[in-house]
Design a protein around this ligand. Structure first.
Ligand SMILES: *Cc1c(COP(=O)(O)O)cnc(C)c1O
Length: 796
């Protein structure tokens, strides 16, 4: 550290700012993992191991200092060493910016998977984009969301290694030249009209106990010529740099579009840019190792995280056929054997498609290849006898319906040997809905891989009080073998253990109460039930249902001044996509309701509502260990898996939720008595929608809901603008697509079951302990082991 401070940061102790100390500490930590990193790389080559490449447009990493120290087993040693220099490790921890190169669950999954692949010593590499600006920073002004650019790189990034020598050309536009080969076959060469250079930046990713270190390689874009000197010399100082600006735009910002396609040319440029650079890089490595392109599928597995990298299917075909001279049929066999694809959503608006016209202009050779893949695919189906027009048009790569579009999900499906959903329910629905016809034709292709989370970050690092208690009670070996959490079951009724478990929770709640006061100026009582809904703001996630329940609860409290209620703190956090007006209005509503409720003495302090701004990984690490209740209340059939639900249960929060995503599997494991399930099932949702989504009768039949809606529509919470929510309430009344009204009474009733359990603290603690004890299966180590065995064919 001292050496790093002096020689790398260039400061002495007297002049060093806290940030200087952070940089010195991060670099000293990084130094400690480099030997293991180099050894892992050598071993991968020496043992000629099959490699796994995880392609993801998002990696929602968060901070790395404590994560790296934890995995290396150096946290306490570092804390002591810093203390001797008069520096506090926890103060440094808070200085690190979050690496927020992702929107939400999908990006966080990729980060958890990187951790687990290193832990399981898989020869893996993550590929993505090194965005200059990650997900926007959210502030709340008078309850409205505002977005500001996020600047995680403004003070440098101590974890990364720039690799200016590792670059690839990525082409766009241009034309195709064809020539006839000696054997009469046609050869095609793409002559791009524009070339962008991809430059590698590597971040080492260390596994548990520092045994194996993998690489996350992120690409940055630059122009082949930094400056057009001719233009510069003629006095056009700005124009001389325009190519650079156009190139750099590709890795400038993360699209803040959560699960809706950003229909911009720039987005397609990003997707192709990182898919092409990654494929060129892994082929170069493969050729260096084997010298035989035909063995690619024996040595390489590529996982596509959603359809964002799906253009890679056409790119690999182009590289194999046009560049490496492999015949089409063999190239297709290699491609399918190499790729596999993870589907993350059933929302029709989120299934990526690109206008054929755009694809033809931007990637003319890829468009040709896609047509050819499609023609062969449809021919094969005709041969199989599946020739009815409806089937053919539903499985075609081209959607002909309103303007021709390339369906990226179909391309990913066809180009892969396995396609997976991310929870049991979701995978079943994938077979019944988006890929119904494909599933009939390829019945073995779709499999399930229920998501998981890394217990290093989400238990060991995020929750030291509970981690210490676990180590004391069942031994620190639980962090090597999470299955041993089950040994907690026998302490579930032990009053002494219950008290210690509750004390750990209380410590986390006190810490969160401090954060809440610092960030939003509201005092909350750690003795109250902490009820948290933290996730992207989306209508299907139904934060609105939670707010409506809060309003109804508030009305109950003031209507019955003599009754006892279980005191609650409702905690919200989450970002809305900048263009998602309804979601932003829901944020404003939560804040408006909070303002009125928190200021009303008639609540007797029984209800507090807070909305914490700028939800990110670090804030999640503070909230989750402190939560008593986890809100997982999406419209059934719409949340693919959820991973927030797993983090909460692991930390002893009880779930109130619908039978959606992985909630179904959480219930199977924790048991019906230790989770609060309510509401319509996925099938009932479908039936309800078929009957119509007019909610007037439903509302009329629920006086409590009607009263809450009346207050909101009447301006009780928005006296400055009484009509602010008129449209919101109208939409819910006439077009209740997310079935908020339909599920309201069931939700209300489930919340009262929560209250009853809370009043019996012994019963609550028992359930809480059983949640932690029974969710070991949701470790991302388990998920990755399944991918390794059933999709990638690598030993673990
Ligand atoms: C886990 C996590 C998510 C995903 O949460 P869900 O509740 O599953 O939607 C999103 N953002 C962050 C920062 C997370 O840590």
């Amino acid at each position: 550290m001292q050496r790093r401070l002096t020689y790398t940061v260039g400061k002495d102790n007297a002049d060093a700012s806290p940030r200087d100390w952070f940089v010195a500490t991060a670099l000293a930590t990084r130094d400690r993992l480099v030997p293991s990193w180099l050894a892992s790389t050598k071993r991968n080559y020496r043992e000629d191991r099959r490699r796994v490449y995880y392609l993801s447009l998002e990696f929602l990493i968060g901070r790395l200092l404590i994560d790296t120290l934890t995995n290396l087993g150096l946290t306490e040693a570092m804390r002591d060493a810093l203390a001797e220099l008069g520096v506090d490790l926890d103060m440094l921890r808070a200085l690190e910016p979050d690496a927020a190169l992702g929107n939400g669950g999908l990006g966080r999954l990729a980060a958890c998977f990187m951790d687990s692949m290193a832990t399981l010593e898989i020869a893996a590499m993550g590929y993505g984009i090194r965005y200059d600006h990650g997900l926007f920073r959210q502030t709340l002004k008078d309850g409205w969301q505002h977005e500001y650019p996020e600047d995680w790189l403004s003070f440098g990034n101590s974890w990364q290694f720039p690799r200016p020598e590792i670059t690839y050309d990525v082409g766009f536009f241009g034309h195709i030249e064809s020539s006839r080969l000696a054997d009469g076959m046609l050869a095609h060469v793409w002559r791009p009209g524009e070339t962008i250079v991809a430059v590698a930046y590597d971040t080492p990713v260390v596994g548990w106990r520092g045994k194996h270190v993998n690489t996350l390689r992120l690409w940055s874009a630059r122009a082949p010529d930094a400056l057009r000197l001719d233009a510069f010399n003629q006095g056009d100082h700005v124009g001389a740099q325009s190519e650079q600006a156009r190139a750099e735009a590709i890795s400038k910002v993360l699209y803040p579009s959560d699960s809706t396609p950003a229909g911009q040319e720039l987005r397609l440029r990003q997707e192709y840019f990182f898919a092409s650079a990654s494929l060129q890089d892994l082929i170069r490595r493969h050729m260096r190792q084997t010298g035989d392109i035909r063995r690619l599928a024996d040595k390489v597995a590529i996982q596509l995280n959603d359809t964002h990298p799906a253009i890679g299917v056409a790119e690999l075909m182009r590289l194999l056929v046009d560049v490496h001279g492999v015949g089409w049929k063999e190239a297709w066999r290699i491609t399918q054997a190499t790729f596999s694809y993870t589907n993350h959503t059933l929302l029709p608006e989120a299934l990526e498609t690109w206008p054929v016209q755009l694809m033809e202009r931007l990637l003319p050779r890829h468009m040709q290849i896609i047509y050819l893949i499609n023609a062969m695919h449809l021919d094969l189906l005709r041969e199989k006898g599946a020739s009815d027009a409806a089937t053919l048009s539903s499985v075609s790569l081209i959607d002909e319906r309103n303007g021709r579009h390339v369906r990226m999900g179909h391309l990913a499906f066809l180009g892969s040997h396995k396609v997976n959903g991310v929870s049991a329910l979701h995978s079943a629905l994938v077979k019944e809905t988006v890929f119904k016809d494909f599933h009939r034709l390829y019945p073995d292709r779709i499999v399930n891989k229920t998501n998981g989370v890394t217990f290093r970050r989400w238990l060991l690092e995020a929750n030291p009080p509970l981690s210490r208690l676990l180590a004391d009670t069942i031994g620190a070996g639980v962090f090597d073998e999470p299955e041993r959490l089950i040994e907690l079951e026998k302490f579930a009724d032990d009053v002494e253990f219950q008290n210690r478990f509750a004390a750990a929770k209380r410590e986390n709640k006190a810490r969160l109460a401090t954060t809440v006061f610092e960030r939003v100026g509201v005092r909350v009582d750690p003795a109250a039930l902490f009820d948290a809904q933290i996730k992207r703001i989306h209508e299907y996630k139904r934060q609105l249902l939670n707010v409506l329940e809060a309003v109804a609860f508030y009305q109950d409290i003031i209507a019955q001044p003599a009754r006892e209620f279980a005191p609650r703190v409702k905690i919200f956090a989450g970002k809305a996509a900048a263009s998602y007006h309804q979601a932003k209005l829901i944020i404003k509503l939560a804040n408006d309701v909070a303002k009125v409720v928190n200021a009303d003495p008639a609540t007797r302090g029984l209800l507090k509502i807070v909305f914490l701004p700028n939800y990110n990984v670090s804030l999640a690490e503070t909230i989750i260990p402190a939560a008593d209740l986890s809100e997982q209340i999406s419209t059934a059939g719409m949340e693919a898996s959820g991973t927030g639900n797993m983090k909460f249960a692991l930390n002893g929060a009880l779930t109130i939720g619908t039978l959606d995503g992985a909630n179904v599997e959480i219930r199977e494991r924790v048991g019906d008595d230790n989770i609060f399930i309510f509401g319509l099932t996925a099938r009932e949702v479908e039936e309800c929608r078929a009957k119509g989504i007019d909610a007037r009768e439903t509302i009329a039949a629920s006086p409590r809901l009607a009263e809450a809606l009346r207050a909101i529509a009447g301006g009780v919470f928005s006296p400055d603008d009484p009509h602010r929510y008129a449209q919101l309430v109208d939409t819910l009344t006439y077009y209740d697509h997310f079935l908020v009204a339909k599920d309201f009474d069931a939700y209300w009733e489930a919340q009262r079951r929560v209250d009853a359990r809370w009043r019996d603290q012994k019963a609550w603690r028992r359930s809480s302990i059983l949640n932690t004890a029974r969710v070991a299966w949701f470790s991302s180590d388990r998920t990755i082991r399944e991918y390794a065995q059933e999709i990638w064919n690598v030993a673990v």
